[in-house]
Ligand binder design. Structure first.
Ligand code: FMN
Length: 203
């Protein structure tokens, strides 16, 4: 039987882990300061420790900085024009879209490259867990991070720009930098509203 001290020893950092999970917030405004690539590597490394049922490690990341973000903006702008009802609306949407990737010094595209032998949902779930690992790592390292998505990010133009394989499932982009705002206050509904406990079979 496991003793109390051994349990406590195994979970020495549990308070820090739980606090990081609780305190992490999406932070959408970054300073101009560019994080050292080594810090970004730590974030990516955390992503690769996500659970994966079929040991396929289906998560993929494309790390964009500098002018690579401008290229992403161009692809998002082209998608905005295609989606628009007319040229005038398209031009407004394009000029808004092109600047979006410049909101942070690093934009990390996250997608799943599902192994055909595995249920696709599980491969996508693994890649999403990788994204959450990265958000938590960024938080722990003092970075601002925000997961963003939307039709422009899912568009064929962006997929082409990022050279995604046909079977890839785009999960979104993580904007990463140093925070230029206080973390927003967020609420969650009480855990008991979403958790059911069963200790015998239902009628
Ligand atoms: C799959 C996914 C996509 C998201 N896309 C966007 C987005 O496009 N724009 C945005 O403002 N927030 C986006 N978010 C972040 C949510 O807005 C954020 O998680 C939510 O407001 C709760 O805030 P918190 O992360 O600080 O708890 C996304 C989150 C997830 C998980």
């Amino acid at each position: 039987m496991q003793t109390e001290p051994a349990r406590a020893g195994r979970n020495t950092d549990s308070a820090a882990v739980l606090r990081a999970i609780r305190d992490r917030r999406s932070i959408g405004k970054c300073t101009e300061e560019i994080p050292d690539p080594e810090i970004i590597r730590q974030v990516l490394e955390a992503g690769t420790w996500a659970p994966n049922h079929h040991l396929t490690e289906p998560w993929r990341f494309v790390v964009l900085s500098g002018d690579a973000r401008v290229g992403l903006g161009g692809a998002m702008g082209a998608a905005a024009v295609r989606e628009a009802a007319n040229a005038e609306v398209g031009e407004t949407a394009r000029s808004r879209a092109v600047g979006k990737p410049l909101r942070a010094p690093y934009v990390i595209a996250v997608y799943a490259d599902p192994d055909p032998s595995a249920p696709e949902i599980e491969e996508i779930a693994s890649a999403a867990a990788a994204a959450q690992n990265m958000l938590l790592a960024a938080h722990a390292l003092g970075l601002a991070a925000m997961w963003r998505s939307g039709t422009l990010i899912y568009s064929p133009e962006v997929r082409r720009y990022l050279k995604l394989p046909e079977r890839a499932v785009m999960l979104g982009v993580l904007y990463v930098g140093y925070p230029a705002m206080e973390p927003p206050q967020r609420e969650r509904r009480p855990m008991d509203d979403v958790a059911a406990w069963w200790d015998s079979a239902p009628e």
